[in-house]
Every structure is written in structure tokens, then in C-alpha cells.
Design a protein around this ligand. Sequence first.
Ligand code: NDP
Length: 481
Amino acid sequence: MAKWDYSAAPESTEIVDVRDTYGLFIDGQFVGPASNDYFKTINPATEEVLAAIPIAGETDIDNAVRAARKAFKKWAALSGGERAKYIFRIARILQERARELAVLESMNGGKPIKESRDVDVPLVAAHFFYYAGWADKLDYAFPGRRAEPLGVCAQIIPWNFPLLMLSWKIAPALAGGNTVVLKPAETTPLTALLFADICRQAGLPPGVVNIVTGAGPTGQALVRHDDVDKVAFTGSTEVGKEIQRAVAGTDKELTLELGGKAANIIFDDAPLDQAVEGIVNGIFFNQGHVCCAGSRLFVQESIAERLIGKLKQRLATLRLGDPLDKNTDIGAINSRDQLEKIRKLVGIGVEEGAELYQPACDIPERGFFFPPTVFTGVSQSHRIAQEEIFGPVLSVMTFRTPAEAVTKANNTPFGLSAGVWTEKGSRILWMADRLQAGVVWANTFNRFDPTSPFGGYKESGFGREGGRHGLEAYLRLKETT
Ligand code: NDP
């Protein structure tokens, strides 16, 4: 019998003008790197080269920080209302160019177009709108304290949400009167460079936003630059620790948003079909390249068999493939290195005795893809229950009592997020009180909103992004007695 299936519905790439070679965005201009060194950025779904990207060295970083310093005086001296006009303008242009941004985000990063189009880009615009609204209210936001900008902010972001992480960093910094030098991840520089073009289009004064591309050493040079007042980093715990060491003993402010190994906890009174959707969204959204992904599933023992049966059925309906196809649920893994890391940890899971389940699915011949994967029979000591895999891999464990769920959920060096599924409101509050996680979602997962602070405990970092808390991270507050 013929199997019914979706027809291909690829989004056109015509709207995007990918240049052969890009420049660094310094002092309002695109300029070549002093070293004249470039690297190639690719489309992880096809392995095709998209463009040559400059590698910023120490001279370029110095130029970018100088430009930001020069711009800082005037930018900070503008009234909040004037700064807000620029930020609102950026937000509106982001909306106008939303399709272009979404297509480029999917081409360079591998995420499904329906996510970049419906989640990433709308949230990016929302962040700029939200923080534009704060710019003229700094005098009232922190009663009894006067808010001053910090100065030049060095911002380093990862590849999993290239534009969204840019917005979390740049929007509050600008609203607070700071100027920035931002380094996107090596594998996903293109939308940050398109954002630079948007800054020009918005008439943002030169030097307020600078974008420098390159790999780890570029980030290192930026963090270590003497004239930086604040470092904001999102990425791995390992690099976060290195940055903390580099900043120690200086007067640079620091916020770190690092890894996670979130618990998604399902009680026996939870609405199971909704919970299955929440589990899928929790771990397979963005191929699991999510710091707050619900990568550890804790199911109450009495419903475990039923729930896992439903989950397996649902997995079989996920469509993996071309990120630009509007039907695609699971796109490409961001890089070959990341694919290797996922393969290695999945291999370790099998060796350690966990039971692997993957639905039958066609893996494209070219590009980096990994099927949705569920491990059952996982124990707390397994590496797949402890380490951040950062891929579409779920480790399932069980519990009997709420106290046991809390103990198991907290048994991790991380503490970024958690999810609780139950019909009982009192149980949600009881659990939220005890879970060591910066964000606890109730009967939902992976919900983001610019008004809501996000950040970690323990090895997941410190500082908050989003909401008034996120604004505070870019301000020096002084008593007004
Ligand atoms: P990294 O932490 O290495 O990268 C994050 C950013 O930091 C990138 O822009 C990176 O540049 C830059 N960077 C790298 N080294 C330094 C340094 N010494 N000083 C300053 N900046 C630096 O993450 P990876 O991309 O290497 O991924 C490694 C693992 O980290 C993943 O497998 C995943 O498990 C985890 N990860 C977690 C994230 C999270 O949000 N929790 C986000 C991304 C990754 P470049 O891209 O050039 O390396």
C-alpha cells in the first residue's frame, strides 16, 4: 500500500544575497582583516561553501574595541528616548527582513526553517522591541538607585541560536547606553553580519555595534583586551571556565550562560499526550542544540511503559531532512565536529548498557544529520545521563515519589532549566521550590519570552538575560541618597 507523505515544500533562497567574501564590521564599515586571513563557512545540510569570512586578530580586535570606546561617550550621553528610537528602528527592520534572516539562519546553521521563521526571528525582534521600551525608563527601573552604563561590552555567542543570542546580548546593552563588540560562533557568522547591515540601515552611529568574526583565538583576544568593561558569554562550560580565569583579577564585569542537562519530569497524573509533545519539543527542537534542552526525562514508574510507547509512536512521525523544507522537524547537525561528538556519546551510551531506540528514517547522503534517539534503561551514573550531548538524544529514567524525582533531577553539575508535568498546582510549586534550575517550566517546555529572566545555577553559569534582570546585567547601579 502506498504510504501517504508530505510533498516537498522548500523555502526559496532567492531572497538572500550571500556574498562571496565578507568583512569585519568595525566603526560602521565592513573592513578586511589586518592579517588578510579568511575561513570558509558552509551550509551544514549540504556541505556547500557559502562564503569566505575574515579571521579577526589582535589588531582588528583592538580597532573594534577602540571604535566602541570612541562611540561610547556620545551613545551613553544620548537621552534614553533617543537611544530607544534607534533600537525600535532596528526591531522594525528585523521584522521587515524577517524572511531573509530566517532563510540565512537555516542555510548557515542547519535549523528547520519553521523554527527560524516562527521562533528565532520573531523572538529576536521581540527582544529589540522589549529593550527599546526600557531605554527611557532607566531612571525609574531601579528605585533608589541611579543606573549608569558599564562601557564597552565584549560579547561572545554560540552557534545554536546565532541571531537570538545576538539579540539577548546586544538589545539590553544598547538600551543601557553601552557599546558592543560581538563575536559570533565560527560556524554561524552570516546572520550576525546581516545584522551589521541592519545597523547601518537603521543609521546606528558608527562604533556602537561592532561584529568581529573568527574562531576561539578571536574570542580569547576579545576577552583579554584591556579596554573592555564587561564580558558576556554563552557557550560551553569548559570555555566559560577559561573565560572566568582570564577575567579574574581584572575589574571586568562577567556574565556566563553555560551548559545544561535539564530534567523533564512527568508525573502519573500528567496529560500524557500533551506531555509527549512537550518531551519532543524539549529535546528535538533545534536538533537538541539547546542549552536548556530537556535531555533527561524522568517518568513516574507507573506510567513509564505507556508514555514511552506513545513517545516512540510520535518519534516515527518526525520528518528529518532539508532544513529549508517547511515540513522538516529535524534539520542538520550544526557541524561535523558536533556530529562526531553526538556519535561518540551515543556509542558510549550503548557500551554502558542503555537501550537505544531510533525510528526508521532516511538520512540524507550529504550533510550532517543524526536521527532522533531515545535511550531507556539509563542509570544516574551513565555518561549520557551526566554530560551535555547537545544533540537529538534523550535519556529516560524513572522515579516513584516526588522526593526521588527532585533528588535525581538535582544530581547534575548543571542547573539551567527543568520541566514538571502534573495536574496538581501545589505539586508544581513544591517541585519548583526544590529544583536547582534557573527556569522551571510547568506543563510546557522551551518557552522563551523577552520579559522573563533566563540563566543558570551551579556549572550552568551566573547572571540573567531577559527581563529587567537582563538589563541590570549591563548597568552599574549607584545609591541615590
Ligand atoms: P564553545 O563554548 O567553544 O563556543 C562558544 C563561543 O565561544 C564561540 O563563539 C567560540 O568560538 C568562542 N570561543 C571558543 N573558545 C574561546 C576562548 N578560549 N575564549 C573566548 N571565546 C572562545 O562551544 P563549541 O562551539 O566549541 O561547542 C562545544 C560544546 O559546547 C558543544 O558540543 C556543546 O555541548 C556545548 N555548547 C553549549 C552551548 C550552550 O549554550 N550551553 C552552546 C554551544 C555549545 P568558535 O565558534 O570559533 O569556537
